[in-house]
Design a protein around this ligand. Structure first.
Ligand code: COA
Length: 261
């Protein structure tokens, strides 16, 4: 194999780390795919010039601390990780990530019954209503081999700031161009767990909604999932008013865009 120069290696590894390291800045709680402090700034400039990342500091002359991967950069980072035999690089080969189709609503409702206990699961009736009004906020991962749903993440849009249990049961709360998305369920079937699918569903969803100009994603989860969502870049807002399923919930959010439509 042809050896890379030191400069090429720094650029490649910077890109791969940008892809792997998604960071919560602890201030405004950005959803960022970012590099780290004290990196090689020339490398950041080169990657920006080649269209692999966006470095707002460079292009807008401001004081932005973070750099973002472009779609082209993500693609290259995934290929680099594949060459290294590392992590989730085959997820997009095994699964198709897309919006749910109306004919898949019943299957999604079944996945929900498998993933959640009866007091927490969304009923089939509510799931069908939700899909009917907010299909584009229902991201599924389809196993390319079987054609079946392996996992999904869904929500509804609203201008409201905080989570309320009514979002679970009344799809009438959905406002198509709402600023925020209330996430209502992350489901991965048991046989597909612990392979990075849950994480990629969340990242993929964040990217889509960020590009659509949405301001925040909000969710509630049990205490034992707070660490997982913090790792995905969410911020823990403490105990939620939710009493869903007779449990105590934490409210968490992630900011996608500071300036919003
Ligand atoms: C929770 C769930 C979506 C995770 O899906 P997954 O595809 O196995 O998750 P990933 O493989 O992407 O794991 C991502 C990270 O989350 C953590 N994690 C995964 N499952 C977890 C669980 N059940 N509890 C706590 N943390 C968990 C992992 O440690 C992993 O971090 P790491 O990469 O640093 O090790 C899946 O187990 C599921 O559907 N569970 C039932 C429904 C549920 O609880 N949904 C979330 C409700 S808020």
């Amino acid at each position: 194999m042809e050896r890379k120069s030191r400069q090429e290696a720094i650029d490649d590894l910077t890109l791969a780390l940008l892809y792997l390291t998604r960071f919560n800045d602890g201030e405004g709680n950005h959803f960022d795919e970012m590099a780290w402090k004290n990196y090689n700034f020339e490398s950041i400039e080169r990657l920006d010039a080649e269209g692999f990342i966006i470095d707002p500091k460079r292009s807008r002359g401001g004081t932005y601390k973070y750099s973002y991967l472009t779609e082209k950069g993500r693609e290259k980072a995934r290929n680099l990780l594949k060459e290294l035999g590392a992590m989730d690089s085959d997820l997009y080969e095994r699964f198709e990530f897309r919006t749910i189709k109306p004919g898949e609503a019943e299957e999604a409702a079944l996945v929900e019954q498998i993933c959640f206990p009866p007091n927490e699961a969304c009923t089939k009736e509510h799931m069908l209503e939700r899909i009917a009004v907010a299909e584009d906020l229902f991201l599924v991962a389809i196993d390319r081999e079987s054609g079946r749903i392996a996992g999904f993440l869904n929500g509804i849009a609203t201008d409201e700031y905080s989570f309320k249990d009514d979002f679970f049961v009344d799809a009438g709360n959905h406002k198509k161009d709402g600023k925020n998305v209330m996430l209502l369920g992350l489901d991965v079937l048991p046989e597909y767990r612990k392979q990075g699918l849950g994480r990629e569903l969340v990242y993929n969803y964040c990217r889509k909604e960020q590009e659509r100009g949405r301001k925040r994603l909000v969710l509630t989860c049990l205490k034992n999932k707070v660490k997982m969502y913090t790792g995905f870049g969410f911020r823990d807002l403490g105990e939620s008013a939710s009493e869903w399923g007779g449990e105590k919930w934490h409210e968490m959010d992630i900011t996608l865009n500071y300036e919003c439509f």
